[in-house]
Design a protein around this ligand. Structure first.
Ligand code: G3P
Ligand code: CA
Length: 260
């Protein structure tokens, strides 16, 4: 059985952060299609709930930075979000807001297996609604109960330990990653306490605390590092045995990894 998004070479697998977002507007269909065409092993996305409980791929609490509109995602319906252009601000090409449903359809239908890294943004603000909606959708797509973490097509990642814990409790076979931008979080007991299968330090944290990868491995956890856009950082991740690197430039990072 193939293992989606796991490098066969032992080098880190490449995860497109918000799609190929260095080249195309983040979280748009075009950004993800380009990442897949460039050979990304995985796709990362941030998810938020709209006012009518649709899961959409948007990083910020509000839409000003990435669209021609204003307002909070949680106060707008999907139909209202669809009235806005989420692409032109970056590369001049108009694009609609992308839903998680659409992204799952793209990723799961791709001609080779890719893994989706789904980041829940501030999920505790919504009670447990984000996890409930997310798990319902993963069940609908048949990816909520993988045979093992290694063969999963979806990974739930979050800075929220409560959010990770809820996923582990309801879907114990789904891999999860506890994100953190300090060594105190990533190297501490939080990941163990919530049962995360991996830890996700920022590249800044990893540069100053390279021991984090071995410490995670010692407790059976893999490391996912973000956001890795520079060649020396890619090399560092390869040398340390990081499993996944999230980057805005998947083509570039894949090239660097050939000789890393
Ligand atoms: O992949 C994890 C990384 O995306 C976390 O930071 O702010 O880009 O969501 P942020
Ligand atoms: Ca993210």
């Amino acid at each position: 059985m193939s293992r989606p998004g796991v490098s066969r070479s032992g080098k880190p697998a490449v995860v497109a952060h918000r799609g190929a977002s260095g080249e195309v507007a983040e979280h748009t269909l075009g950004a993800y299609e380009l990442a897949l065409e460039q050979g990304a092993d995985g796709l990362e996305c941030d998810i938020r709930l709209t006012a009518d409980h649709e899961l959409v791929c948007i990083h910020d609490r509000t839409i000003e930075r990435v669209s021609d509109g204003i307002g909070a995602v949680s106060e707008m319906t999907l139909a209202q979000l669809r009235e806005h252009d989420f692409g032109s601000w970056h590369s001049g090409t108009p694009a609609q807001v992308l839903t998680l449903r659409e992204l799952l359809g793209l990723a799961l239908d791709w001609h080779r297996p890719v893994r989706l890294f789904i980041e829940t943004k501030h999920p505790v603000r919504y009670g447990s609604l984000v996890e409930t909606e997310l798990l319902a959708m993963l069940h609908e797509f048949g990816v909520a109960t993988p045979p093992s973490a290694d063969h999963s097509r979806a990974v739930v990642i979050s800075f929220s330990s409560a959010g990770v814990w809820r996923i582990r409790r309801s879907a114990p076979m789904l891999p999860t990653i506890l994100l953190g931008d300090t060594a105190r979080i990533i190297g501490g007991t939080a990941a163990t306490a919530v049962g995360a299968t991996g830890v996700g330090p920022s590249i800044d944290t990893l540069r100053t605390h390279p021991d984090l990868v071995d410490r995670a491995a010692a407790s059976g956890r893999v490391t996912y590092c973000w956001t890795v856009d520079e060649q020396p950082d890619v090399q560092l991740c390869a040398d340390l045995g990081v499993r996944w690197v999230a980057t805005n430039h998947p083509a570039r990072v894949r090239d660097w990894l050939v000789t890393a």
